[in-house]
Design a protein around this ligand. Structure first.
Ligand SMILES: Nc1ncnc2c1ncn2[C@@H]1O[C@H](COP(=O)(O)OP(=O)(O)O)[C@@H](O)[C@H]1O
Ligand SMILES: [Mg+2]
Length: 261
């Protein structure tokens, strides 16, 4: 059964970093097949993971639009293009870069087919990790299907925490298929954890864990190195382990409840 984790939050809060750390955790512990979905039009999850992207789903959509309805109505052909040109197959995980959303023009039909294909494709994986954009475009376009858990990343700022609350409210309004919401508090200085915790309590979204400010992430970022290559004893690695232990348990719970009906 596919378990989908969507990672959201305000711009710069750490969505891509958290997504990459989660993907790294799942692949190192060999917890099942993984599809990483980069749903940010800026497409930078691949850099955090240290892999190259050739084409995005958005690029293929533009090409199909040019070909016209007759050729583009062939679902098999779409599927072939996505598998052969868009998905990057890694040893430990595959990556689907969504690319830019559509411009003006009638994309409804193409989008409908693309969504169907992405949904079908997702079902082949044990885990789908979506790094989303700062806005909630992906939710209003309904590209998010069943989401088992939405992690809302916040930095240690009141603005970040209030944005988290807005994201949850909007996400609930747009997509009723999100099963759980949790906050990941990122870049938290040790001495302000209690304060941040009390502020998060006010917005009534449970805190699943926090990630400290990690010098190794900063250094890797400065040097253009993937986050997946930070030393194993980095504080962020330890922090993500704590968070992921809880999430893996939720996956088991969901699988059991699905079997029992
Ligand atoms: N825990 C952390 N410690 C140190 N630097 C971090 C941490 N989390 C994120 N960063 C840095 O903050 C910046 C923004 O993070 P990023 O994950 O790209 O945010 P988003 O995807 O939400 O826009 C990046 O330069 C990243 O390296
Ligand atoms: Mg990002």
């Amino acid at each position: 059964m596919t378990f989908t984790i969507a990672v959201s939050g305000k711009g710069g809060a750490g969505k891509t970093t958290v997504s990459a750390l989660i993907i790294d955790y799942l692949s190192r512990n060999k917890l099942g097949s993984i599809l990483a979905v980069d749903a940010d039009p800026n497409t930078n999850l691949n850099e955090a993971l240290g892999i190259e992207v050739k084409k995005t789903l958005g690029d293929v959509r533009e090409e199909l639009l040019k070909i016209g309805e007759s050729a583009s109505s062939k679902e098999d052909y779409f599927e072939y293009l996505i598998y052969s040109e868009v998905i990057v197959e890694g040893d430990e995980f595959d990556l689907l870069p969504m690319g830019r959303p559509e411009g003006p023009g009638c994309y409804c039909y193409i989008n409908h087919i693309l969504r169907k294909i992405v949904d079908k494709l997702s079902r082949n994986y044990e885990y789908v990790i979506m790094d989303t954009e700062a806005g909630l475009e992906h939710l209003s376009r309904r590209t998010t299907r069943d989401v088992n858990i939405m992690l809302i990343v916040t930095d240690p700022s009141i603005r970040g925490i209030l944005t988290a609350k807005r994201i949850k409210d909007l996400a609930t309004e747009l997509n009723n298929k999100i099963k759980r919401f949790y906050i990941v508090a990122n870049r938290i200085p040790e001495n302000s954890l209690n304060y941040i915790r009390s502020e998060i309590e006010k917005i009534e979204i449970e805190l699943i864990g926090y990630i400290p400010e990690d010098q190794n992430i900063l250094i890797h970022d400065l040097n253009g190195l993937p986050i997946t290559k930070i030393p194993r004893d980095s504080p962020a690695i330890k922090a993500i382990e704590n968070i992921m232990t809880k999430i893996v348990m939720m996956k088991t719970e969901d699988s059991i409840s699905k079997i029992l009906g």
